[in-house]
Structure formats: C-alpha cells, structure tokens
Write a protein that binds this ligand. Structure first.
Ligand SMILES: Nc1nc2c(c(=O)[nH]1)N[C@H]1C(S)=C(S)[C@@H](COP(=O)(O)O)O[C@H]1N2
Ligand SMILES: [Mo]
Length: 225
C-alpha cells in the first residue's frame, strides 16, 4: 500500500483498492494461524496484534447525518416495531461498557470505554417473536452485517453513542454505532439506521465477500462459513 498522502479525489479509488485487498485476503485465507485461543488465558486472540491508535475502516463513504434527520428503525419479527428520532433515542437508558476491539485485519485495541444503550434493552422494548433467530444491521452508507439474535443480545453488546467520554465521531460511525465485542469488528455496524429482526439469515457486505458468517476471533473465524 502507498505511503503517499492521497488527495481528496483519489480517495474513492484508494478505498476501492482496500476493499479488493480485503476480498483477496479472504480468497488467500491470509493471516490464518490455524490455532484457536483461550479467551480466559490470553488477552489477544490468535493472529492479532495490539495497537494504541484506533484505525478507521469504511467503504469510502462516511455519512454525515444531522440530528434532525437521524432515525433508527427496529422492525421485522417483533411485537412492537419502533422508529426513534434523536430525541426519543436520548430517553433510552445509557450505560458504561469497557471492551476490546478485534478487527479481522489483525489489529486489536484494548480497554475501550463506551457509553450507550445495551442491545438487550432495545430487544426488551421491541420484544422479538419466538421465531426470531437473526439480526441484520443496516447502515446509512449501505453497509449491512448479519448476526444471530444470541450474539446481538450478548451482555456486553451495545448501541454506542460515546467513546472515551466523547460522542462517537463521524469517521467511527457516529451518531450511533453497534459494538459487539465478542466478534470481529466488521460485525459492529457504524452509522446504524435499521435493526431488522428475522427468522432468515442474510449474509451482509463482507459475509458475501468471503468473510465468515459468525466471526469469532478466538476461533479465528476470519473467512469462510
Ligand atoms: N456502516 C459501516 N459499518 C462498518 C463498516 C463499514 O464500512 N460501514 N466497516 C466495518 C469494519 S470492516 C470494521 S473493522 C469496523 C471499523 O470501525 P472503525 O472505523 O470505527 O475502526 O467497522 C465495521 N462497521
Ligand atoms: Mo474490519
């Protein structure tokens, strides 16, 4: 990859190359160490290295959503679908969370302090039907990612509004992004727009491009099904 500082009009091309590179990694099964880690013994999952900064990864679009235009829809197989605007969303209970980030491109970042709404609190409000098994997250940049309802409902999963005491920046997916710490970070949708609860799995942006359907870092579920 080039060390040059790309000019603004090169940005789309550069990001396209990044997407192609990541797709190529899936084909070549890059970074696979072939081991599984013990999440109770080691902090770093297999094949990962710790970084102190927080890298930005996206598809070349960083949506800029004004508070008055922002909506979050939660729908599908639920008893009470909702469409919150910013002021309604503010009324949900905020909690503090601390967790590590593990990106499939091999960087991990420890001890991120988040503030946000527990995904369980969201599910309690909308109340999924008994047939519900999957959650599809849809974002303002067109990105999607799929999770099982159980993974989405993990006790440490949240819709984050703040990181290290400050509102989530636009580049990191603000105003609201998902954080599911137990899975690779591509499962954590930035610029969240819609949470679809379904009985059918729908592989998302990276999942249809060779990335693993579940993405557990400790099992090194980087690629494949
Ligand atoms: N909406 C959206 N969410 C996304 C992505 C994206 O391109 N669009 N990229 C994913 C990937 S591959 C990663 S590693 C993380 C990166 O989040 P960060 O830029 O805050 O580090 O967001 C995930 N969520
Ligand atoms: Mo990623």
């Amino acid at each position: 990859m080039t060390q040059d500082n790309p000019s603004k009009d090169n940005w789309g091309t550069i990001k396209q190359k990044l997407i192609e590179t990541k797709q190529q990694w899936a084909k070549e099964k890059r970074l696979i160490t072939g081991t599984s880690g013990d999440r109770n013994q080691e902090r770093l999952p297999p094949g990962q290295r710790e970084v102190k900064n927080w890298p930005v990864l996206d598809l070349g679009i960083q949506p800029d959503i004004a508070a008055q235009d922002w909506r979050l829809q939660v729908d599908g197989l639920v008893k009470k679908p909702v469409a919150w605007d910013w002021s309604k969303f503010q009324q949900l209970p905020l909690r503090e969370f601390v967790s590590d980030i593990h990106c499939v491109t091999a960087w991990s970042r420890f001890d991120n302090h988040w503030q946000g709404v527990a995904t369980r609190a969201i599910l309690d409000i909308v109340t999924p039907h008994d047939q519900a098994r999957f959650v599809i997250c849809h974002s303002y940049d067109g990105y999607t990612t799929n999770l099982t309802l159980a993974d989405f409902a993990a006790e440490d999963a949240l819709l984050a509004v703040a990181w290290e005491g400050k509102p989530i920046s636009r580049e990191h997916g603000g105003p609201v992004r998902v954080v599911v710490p137990k899975l690779y970070f591509w499962k954590s949708a930035k610029w969240l727009k819609r949470i679809e609860i379904t009985d059918q799995d729908k592989p998302g942006y990276w999942e249809v491009r060779g990335y693993h359907n579940r993405g557990d870092p400790w099992e090194e579920e980087r690629y494949g099904r």
